[in-house]
Design a protein around this ligand. Structure first.
Ligand code: SF4
Length: 316
């Protein structure tokens, strides 16, 4: 029996739960094994092998195909690592590898082959970094997923940023409010505690409106009440959300939940993810149609991350 702390790790158990039989092309021995929380699986449509949420998590043999231009580290994380667990790609902000695991394993993940880990002395390294560089205004908690890291560790990191006067914003990139809302809720008191010292930003990662359940809606209301700015980033994924109508529905659903669409990423070309790629020409067609379906404030910026560049690259 599954619960949120005991997710689906066996493919056959997930397929049984979804009443699916004989799904072709599954990889039962992936090096990037499946992990799907029950609360996420419950949002999938039973009996539908093409469910857009199932597609995001089901290991397939297509991941074994080596495609030209698809790399182990497509966005240059390793090169951007300044200290163990601290990356800086852009001015005034640093990114912490503040988690070693994820609640869910997304097959399209750009860090699926990553070897970067959170070191146990990350709080000390962060303190030293901020003492040396007073230009840092924002700290991004990433991972893995920072909501899979004990709250005490996250708090220790936040405390190290308090003396750094220039740091005004702490930003969390997490998929846990989508995948395990009950778990995400346990981080709320931490945000309430530090919301006077810092602007707190939560960047969700929802790719499809079907991912926003009532539990997530209730949770997001509570984050909003705690003065947390809610944004969402999505990845444009073939077979998941590669139509303007699907993306427009996502934007509307996010807005109803107090979340603004922030980025729509073109796929980061991580090895094993080529089957999710929407080529740039098709992406532009989808995007131009999306512009006609939404008010400007609900259109996420479509971008690509190019290794070594000083910002994300807009794609129009
Ligand atoms: S939650 Fe984010 S980091 Fe984790 S597997 Fe999914 S896309 Fe990758």
């Amino acid at each position: 029996m599954q619960n949120s702390s005991n997710p689906f790790l066996r493919i056959n158990e997930l397929l049984d739960f979804l009443e699916l039989k004989d799904v072709p092309g599954i990889d039962f021995s992936s090096d990037f094994p499946m992990r799907v929380p029950l609360s996420y699986a419950k949002k999938m449509q039973k009996g539908n092998p093409d469910d857009p949420l199932l597609r995001q998590v089901l290991p397939t043999l297509q991941e074994k195909i080596e495609s030209e231009g698809f790399l182990k580290d497509p966005v240059g994380d390793t090169l951007a690592q300044k200290e163990n667990g601290i990356l800086q790609k852009y001015k005034h902000r640093i990114l912490l590898i503040a988690g070693n695991t994820c609640s869910i394993r997304c097959r399209f993940c750009f860090r699926r082959n990553s070897k970067l880990l959170m070191p146990s002395n990350l709080p000390i390294l962060l303190q030293e970094y901020l003492e040396k560089d007073s230009s840092i205004k924002e700290i991004i908690f990433s991972g893995g997923d920072p909501f899979m890291t004990p709250i005490s560790v996250i708090e220790e990191l936040i405390k190290k940023a308090i003396p750094a006067k220039a740091v005004r914003t702490i930003r969390f990139h997490t998929r846990v409010p989508i995948t395990e809302p009950e778990l995400a809720k346990t981080y709320l008191p931490l945000f309430e505690k530090y919301s006077e010292r810092f602007h707190v930003v939560l960047v969700l990662h929802a790719n499809h409106a079907q991912e926003i359940s009532n539990e997530t809606t209730n949770l997001l209301k509570q984050f909003q009440n705690a003065n947390v700015l809610l944004l969402n980033q999505s990845t444009l994924l073939k077979g998941v959300n590669d139509s303007a109508e699907t993306l427009a529905e996502l934007s509307h659903t996010l807005f109803e939940n107090g979340v603004l669409p922030y980025y729509l990423h073109l796929l980061d070309k991580a090895q094993g993810t080529a089957h999710f790629e929407v080529n740039e020409q098709d992406a532009k067609k989808i995007y131009h149609k999306l512009l006609t379906l939404l008010p400007g404030y609900l259109v996420p910026k479509m971008v690509r991350e190019n290794q070594g560049e000083k910002s994300k690259t807009p794609v129009f």
